[in-house]
Design a protein around this ligand. Structure first.
Ligand code: GTP
Ligand code: MG
Length: 381
């Protein structure tokens, strides 16, 4: 073991010195402020005593085990391709390890904070379990600690109210679809494949026809997926809603003419991988020609966070007004809604929570979403 005293202006500078000389494995044994009489530039300094088994740049002596390992490696054939099955297993192991590490980090981060009362530790843990980003969950609790004092911190209802309020304040909503009184309103749904666009479009069009008494038409521009047009047409037949197919962008002006006497036109679009630039620009062109009043991005709540972020970013070239989160009934946690609000500040327009048309859709409500996030469950409150 090597032990050495380092002198520097600050701890940060001392650590840099230590790292340079001892590498990442050094440990700090002690620190104190000292006055240096014989140093050319430092008078008042921090003396940090550090130790390391061996500096990183010194090669350790090879143990018999290492020698054996090295021999075996050199005997192995140079290329030993890993099969897909093995890769899958390794990936699974890595996922498992990732989860464990995340759990440990959260445990260390929140369990050992003596200044946070137990009740708040429980609240922060629950938020994280429900998918709220740890930094945001922690920030909420810190803010509560700042504003609630003594006795107040024993009142669970008050704490819950504050948490609800903080999450609610981060969320934005669009309100209902806007209906133009004097001309046709064109509403377009876009989103990744299978997100729930067609089902949501069916729900919305049926609602506006039967609940709001509007004269409604549905248009399908999904000529990519087999059976997509038929899916919307058969719904339209059952719901007695007029249906129009658009096979190419250039058909759109003619369809707009045919539908100019309707109050509302709902335009269904093909599912597009947001990274497919060519398809995205064709969709952008279709939306431009349709003279749409509002575009909504449909995202499934069962999608991984990174994929949700990709969709939100890449679809933003379509200037969507709001996000419709679908399949809440299939999701296990809802923290991503507020994580996305924090990261992208995009409003939510609707939530869908089942396959029943037209029942399983609701206009987004901030309090209801915040409650859903906190409870980790969508349903009657
Ligand atoms: N559980 C549940 N299923 C839903 C919901 N919305 C849609 N689905 C189902 O999800 C599947 C895909 O829905 P679609 O509406 O066809 O999705 P899409 O985005 O139009 O799909 P593409 O046109 O292929 O891109 C269907 O089986 C729907 O019944 C929902 O809110 N909850
Ligand atoms: Mg569809």
């Amino acid at each position: 073991m090597k032990i050495k005293k380092f002198y520097a202006k600050s701890m940060q500078a001392a650590l840099a010195e230590i790292k340079k000389e001892f590498g990442d494995n050094a440990i700090i044994l002690g620190q104190k402020k000292v006055t240096l009489h014989d140093h050319p530039s430092l008078k008042e300094a921090l003396e940090v005593t550090a130790a390391a088994d061996k500096a990183d740049n010194e090669k350790p002596e090879a143990s018999p085990f290492h020698n054996l390992l090295r021999e075996n490696i050199s005997k192995k054939p140079k290329s030993s391709p890993i099969s897909n099955v093995e890769l899958g297993l390794i990936r699974k192991d890595l996922d498992y390890l990732n989860n464990r590490i995340e759990m440990l980090v959260n445990h260390i981060k929140y369990e050992n904070l003596p200044h946070i009362p137990k009740i708040l530790q429980g609240k922060v843990r629950k938020l994280i379990e429900n998918g709220v980003a740890p930094e945001f969950a922690n920030k909420i609790i810190e803010e509560i600690l700042l504003h609630m004092k003594g006795e107040e911190l024993l009142e669970e209802d008050k704490i819950d109210d504050k948490i609800l309020h903080k999450i609610k304040n981060k969320l934005m909503i669009t309100g209902p679809l806007s209906i133009k009184g004097n001309r046709t309103s064109v509403v377009v749904l876009v989103g990744p494949t299978g997100a729930g666009k067609t089902t949501t479009l069916a729900k919305l069009s049926a609602r506006y026809k039967y609940t709001h008494g509007k004269n409604v038409a549905v248009v399908s521009a999904d000529s990519f997926r087999m059976g997509a047009m038929e899916q919307l047409k058969s719904f339209a037949d059952i719901a007695s809603i007029d249906f129009f197919p658009v096979y190419q962008n250039k058909d759109m002006p003619e369809i707009l003419k045919k539908t100019e006497n309707y109050d509302m036109v709902f335009l269904d679009t093909p599912g597009i991988n947001p990274k497919n630039i060519k398809k995205m620009s064709s969709l952008k062109e279709l939306i431009r020609i349709s003279g749409s009043d509002e575009v909504h991005l449909v995202l499934s709540m069962t999608t991984r966070y990174n994929d949700l972020c990709d969709a939100i970013k890449n679809y933003s070239i379509l200037h969507y007004k709001g996000i419709i989160f679908s399949k809440l009934d299939e999701a296990g946690e809802f923290g991503d809604i507020v994580n996305l609000a924090n990261d992208f500040q995009k409003p939510v327009s609707y939530l869908t929570f089942g396959q029943n048309i037209p029942e399983d859709i609701k206009i987004a409500d901030r309090k209801e979403i915040a409650n859903t996030i906190i409870r980790g469950k969508y349903g009657i409150l």
